[in-house]
Design a protein around this ligand. Structure first.
Ligand code: BGC
Length: 448
């Protein structure tokens, strides 16, 4: 066996887990759910949302602010009842100016600058000074004591804006809105993007009880039948990206060591679009250093961290040409003198496939654990709403989740449906605003 074949075999072992191993990870995950709910030590924060199922009959026009990463979106959504909706208007803007003018997610930016920018984007959607209720999807771990307060525990996805951790996001946004004379925009609910995805899907499908994001970040929430915070079922944000009872390999360890918050976000660093490109780069770099690819040369462009994105991996995986010409074009555009062979190119595809498959399988493990927690005998139908670029666009991703659910749940997997919750962050925030706004308008102080 050649050294390269041997190296690939080893990688296959390092990146794969058989079904019994996945069952055992699911059991550990479920144990962490139970411990987290009971307030015992756990890698799962089990953050309450103070939100429960929508009726599907919510109606009206609501604003939604979606802040989850390097781009923000502001939407006006019309809810039509019977589970249907229409997006009336939308603004999307990067928080990092591609021309280098501003960077609101660097540690040099302040909370006031960031929230001032968010408020100014909302202003663009509002033609009048009528009162508008706003749902805010904020896709980071927050501790809540009601549906409309949220202390940011810590940033994830390598965001570093100063002075936001430990503060109430609702207050920061309210202050920015009133400073810009926008007090007619009334934030009435703040929710994680997993909860938004779930609510958006539950608006039309009452069986939806898991919401998940497989995109830049990774996380899942579910409907807890008996939450410690109340008597009604409640959506609980697992912050599953922080799950840590999962063996990592040397590439996972290297990636973690150079990340913004080493030692945290173990599952997210194995699963999410923010990190899987870098994992692929680290594996290929290892092969280069061992002289097994590209004649042992490390092209200059490949030496820098984070040069591979989730979209790049999608391109590698979708290249079905006999000589992998799309991968060749990608490599040539980065380094015209690289002089790669078909074997080199095919290694890019193999490594991408290993990393992406592991990501999808691990996501399915966490869904299995949440399903078993809600419905130990698996006697009910369940819908899992998933949003995010990996689920939507990565070749083979959705299929691998489906097959892995089959491996883990056997014939009971027939009761589980996964569906894309596209635009979930906007629509879910609007539905949540409709639910919470109707409580608040009963309050005379709110009637404006
Ligand atoms: C955050 C989660 C979020 C997920 C998906 C993670 O980095 O911690 O709160 O749901 O990304 O956006």
């Amino acid at each position: 066996m050649s050294n390269l074949t041997q190296a690939i075999r080893q990688l296959q072992e390092e990146f794969s887990a058989d079904t019994p191993q996945l069952h055992s990870i699911a059991a550990d995950f479920r144990r962490d759910m139970i411990n987290g709910l009971a307030g015992r030590p756990s890698s799962l924060a089990m953050l309450p949302s103070f939100l429960t199922r929508p009726s599907g009959q919510e109606q009206g026009i609501f604003l939604a602010l979606d802040f989850g990463g390097t781009n923000i979106r502001a939407l006006a959504v019309e809810l039509l009842g019977n589970g249907s909706f229409q997006i009336r208007d939308r603004q999307a803007l990067p928080l990092v100016d591609p021309a280098g003018g501003y960077n609101l997610i660097a540690d040099s930016a302040t909370a006031e600058e960031l929230f001032g920018f968010l408020a100014s984007q909302l202003a663009k959607l509002i033609p009048s000074s009528d009162i508008h209720l706003l749902g805010h999807t904020f896709s980071f771990p927050c501790r809540q004591t009601s549906a409309n307060d949220a202390i940011l525990l810590y940033w994830t996805k390598e965001i570093k804006t100063s002075g936001v951790e430990g503060r109430d996001i609702v207050q920061l946004l309210n202050t920015a809105l009133s400073q810009q004379g926008l007090s007619h925009i009334r934030p009435v609910v703040i929710l994680n993007d997993t909860v938004s995805a779930l609510i958006a899907a539950a608006y039309s499908d009452i069986r939806t009880d898991i919401g998940s994001i497989c995109g830049t970040g990774h996380n899942t929430c579910y409907l807890e039948p008996t939450p410690p915070q109340g008597t009604q079922p409640m959506y609980i944000n697992l912050e599953s990206g922080n799950f840590d009872k999962i063996p990592g390999n040397i590439y996972d360890i290297r990636l973690d060591r150079h990340s913004e918050r080493p030692g945290t976000g173990r599952l997210e660093k194995m699963c999410s679009g923010r990190y899987i490109g870098e994992l692929v780069r680290l594996v290929i770099l290892g092969l280069m250093e061992r002289d097994l690819i590209w004649g042992g040369r490390v092209p200059a462009f490949f030496a820098a961290a984070n040069i591979l994105s989730g979209e790049d991996l999608a391109l590698f995986l979708s290249d079905a040409t006999p000589r992998l010409e799309r991968i060749a074009a990608w490599l040539n555009s980065r380094d015209p003198a690289a002089g790669h062979t078909l074997a080199d190119r095919s290694l890019f595809k193999t490594v991408a496939s290993l990393v992406v498959t592991r990501s999808a399988r691990l996501a399915a493990v966490t869904y299995t654990a949440a399903l078993r927690h809600m419905d130990p005998d698996m006697s009910q139908p369940h819908t899992i709403a998933i949003d995010g670029s990996l689920y939507e666009k990565m070749p083979g991703y959705a299929q691998t989740i489906h097959t892995t659910l089959g491996d883990l749940l056997g014939e009971k997997s027939g009761l589980v449906r996964c569906r894309l919750a596209k635009d979930g962050s906007g629509v879910g925030a609007a539905v949540a605003a409709a639910i919470c706004g109707s409580f608040q308008s009963a309050d005379p102080a709110f009637s404006g």
